[in-house]
Design a protein around this ligand. Structure first.
Ligand SMILES: Nc1nc2c([nH]c(=O)n2[C@H]2C[C@H](O)[C@@H](COP(=O)(O)OP(=O)(O)OP(=O)(O)O)O2)c(=O)[nH]1
Length: 188
């Protein structure tokens, strides 16, 4: 059981996160962007942001990818869901993770992101959100996953987490306590 309720969550923000994969002469790579400003600045990450009123989560994912990397996808596969809670912050984050394979347009630097292709054995985890290395192996293993992370106020230290593998999404889970049904459970 993961205690997530040390400080209460009274609202949530719904966010998207898209990773586009590509083959480069047989080498598998993923497109990451260096976040240039705002929340998570200085980290390599996938592309995404807040879902706007009037759009579906998938539409938000497609829009943010285009705004931040200049490319358009016609298909994204739902890959996982992540919940984040920062101590003392009553707003939890619900992040919908997608993967894409084919796109149109030219990958371009934008005001928000500087994109770069990374070989899958050279993912710069030391310059990414600290939780990423925990769920990444499940994600690149093409398993559907859900993860919950409780961070300290400094937004760096992970106080507790669990990651589960699921048959389908969304996971029947919200923030808060409760056991995952199936999946791996890791607690610090
Ligand atoms: N890999 C990873 N991504 C995360 C984590 N936490 C987190 O919010 N994200 C993602 C979700 C979103 O794609 C992005 C945050 O969105 P954002 O605040 O930049 O949203 P936005 O572009 O709409 O923001 P704005 O500056 O336009 O207001 O970071 C995390 O721990 N790991």
């Amino acid at each position: 059981m993961l205690a997530m309720e040390t400080s209460p969550i009274t609202s949530k923000k719904v966010l998207t996160l898209v990773f586009v994969f590509g083959d480069f002469d047989g080498e598998r790579r993923v497109l990451l962007g260096m976040k240039k400003r705002g929340f998570g600045a200085g980290y390599w990450n996938g592309f995404g942001g807040k879902v706007e009123k009037g759009e579906t989560i998938l539409e938000g994912a497609v829009r943010e990818l285009e705004e931040e990397a200049g490319i358009r996808v016609s298909h994204l596969e739902r890959a996982g869901m992540l919940w984040f809670h920062f101590e003392g912050d009553p707003t939890g984050l619900e992040v919908h993770v997608y993967r894409g394979e084919t796109f149109e347009g030219v990958v371009s630097e934008t005001e928000e992101m500087r994109p770069e292709w990374f070989s899958l054995d050279k993912i710069p985890f030391h310059i990414m959100w600290p939780d990423d290395q925990i769920w990444w192996p499940v994600f690149v293993g093409n398993k559907k996953f859900c993860g919950r992370f409780r961070f300290a106020k400094d937004q760096k230290e992970i106080l507790a987490h669990d990651v589960g593998i699921f048959e389908s999404l969304p996971c029947e889970m919200e923030f808060g306590s409760g056991e995952w049904v199936g999946g791996v459970l890791v607690e610090r």
